[in-house]
Design a protein around this ligand. Structure first.
Ligand SMILES: Cc1ncc(COP(=O)(O)O)c(C=O)c1O
Length: 406
């Protein structure tokens, strides 16, 4: 039984008021709030268990190292990876995708080689590929989404040509909530010898993930959207791809030996983790993932699906409200505009007065905004602790915005 009221009590911030109203936090797509267990883990790590990892021989360093390293196994379990050595710990999806761009793609791709992207990628899954376009003449091929925001996997497959070297695609749009059938894309792409990198920054938050079942080559996640601390994350790298990767950031920890003449690198995945990592952030992420696994990601997905359906039914009554894309099976993420010239920033300011936190702007998705023909939207993104009552609060606040701005 998914008891959302008791789950809400795990998140202290949800009890606060904003602008004299109870907080209605609908900006989970940007970052999620933290349960007390994560906050406690951070406090415990800094107050009783802190030292640098990997290099000390003293008690606290060993303790911090054990706690930090245990998270590799936790991430592997959360993602259904066969081996924890396929997990590179990092600061988030942005770093994960840059590792693939610099460590795997840059040394392998030549001028004229192609990378396929969808138009609904986040800038984190666009800009690193533009680096390759600018610096070595790699060609970016874009796949459009349909009018309802859905992405036909066949359109991605059809874009594959003899020069295609990688598909880099999101599992879930941070703007539209569209879920992408990445499993079909991986199966078909592999038939044609093309690896697939999945941006799981949003997908991992809203539904269970099994990277072995998806059979992707890379799968990037970010801790702060998974109810963990900011500055934490990980990327799953399939063993074969890991063996093909070159180190990206150089420094301590990713080496076995350094002399004046050269470097002997550490074994993977450590080879891809240079410098002092986000020790406490990573430990906190591990606790956040355990929290999610205890709730059960299928249960989280079912709860969010019921919020999505409830919200869609409510939105139907608002004939001045436009939801950008509403693909079947999408996550509970709604990008909204109002009829008339109301700007997303003004809408979100009015919502804020009612204690409703949403995001307004381009959502780091320039090509999608261009495709939709809008410069900004107001995005309400739901999380595991949101309720149908909060949908009602949102609808009331939107009605006020419509009244004031129409
Ligand atoms: C789909 C998607 N990809 C990548 C990112 C980047 O994540 P981070 O900033 O945590 O690295 C985000 C964050 O909003 C996102 O929504």
């Amino acid at each position: 039984m998914y008891d959302v009221q008791s789950i809400r009590k795990d998140f202290p911030i949800l009890a606060r008021e904003v602008n004299g109203k109870p907080l209605t936090y609908l900006d989970n797509g940007a970052s999620a709030q933290k349960p007390q267990v994560v906050i406690d883990a951070i406090t415990q790590a800094y107050s009783m268990e802190y030292a640098n990892v990997h290099r000390g021989l003293h008690f606290l360093s060993n303790l911090a190292t054990d706690k930090y390293e245990a998270v590799r196994g936790t991430v592997a379990r959360f993602l259904g990876a066969a081996d924890e050595n396929e997990i590179v710990l990092n600061s988030g999806t942005t770093e994960g995708i840059n590792l693939v761009a610099y460590g795997w793609a840059m040394p392998r791709l030549e001028a004229g080689d192609e990378i396929i992207l969808s138009v609904m990628e986040h800038h984190a899954n666009i800009v690193p590929w533009h680096f390759l376009r600018e610096r070595q003449g790699v060609v970016l091929k874009w796949v459009d989404v349909a009018a309802d925001g859905s992405l036909d996997p066949q359109a991605v497959i059809d874009a594959i040509g003899p020069k295609t070297k990688l598909i880099a695609i999101t599992q879930c749009s941070n703007v539209l909530g569209t879920m992408v059938d990445v499993k079909t894309i991986c199966a078909e792409a592999h038939e044609r010898g093309v690896p697939v990198m999945v941006d799981g920054s949003q997908g991992s938050v809203h539904a269970p993930v099994n990277v072995q079942d998806i059979d992707c080559d890379f799968y990037a996640i970010t801790g702060h959207k998974l109810y963990g601390p900011s500055g934490s994350g990980a990327i799953y790298v399939k063993k074969e791809r890991m063996a093909e990767m070159q180190p990206f950031i150089g420094g301590g920890d990713m080496i076995k030996e350094v002399t004046k003449d050269g470097v002997i690198y550490n074994d993977p995945p450590m080879m891809f983790e240079a410098g002092t990592p986000g020790i406490v952030q990573t430990i906190g992420m591990g606790v956040g993932l355990e929290y999610l696994m205890n709730l059960g990601m299928e249960n989280v997905a079912a709860h969010e699906a019921s919020l999505r359906d409830y919200a869609n039914a409510k939105f139907k009554g608002l004939n001045w409200l436009n939801i950008q894309g509403n693909a079947p099976g999408k996550a509970a993420i709604f990008s909204m505009t109002l009829d008339g010239a109301a700007h997303a920033h003004d809408i979100s300011t009015i919502l804020d007065k009612r204690g409703v936190a949403v995001r307004a702007g381009h959502h780091c998705a320039g090509p999608l905004m261009e495709h939709m023909g809008v410069s900004a939207t107001c995005r309400a993104s739901f999380g595991l602790y949101n309720t149908t009552e909060e949908v009602d609060v949102l609808v009331d606040a939107l009605e006020l915005a419509h009244e004031l701005l129409a």
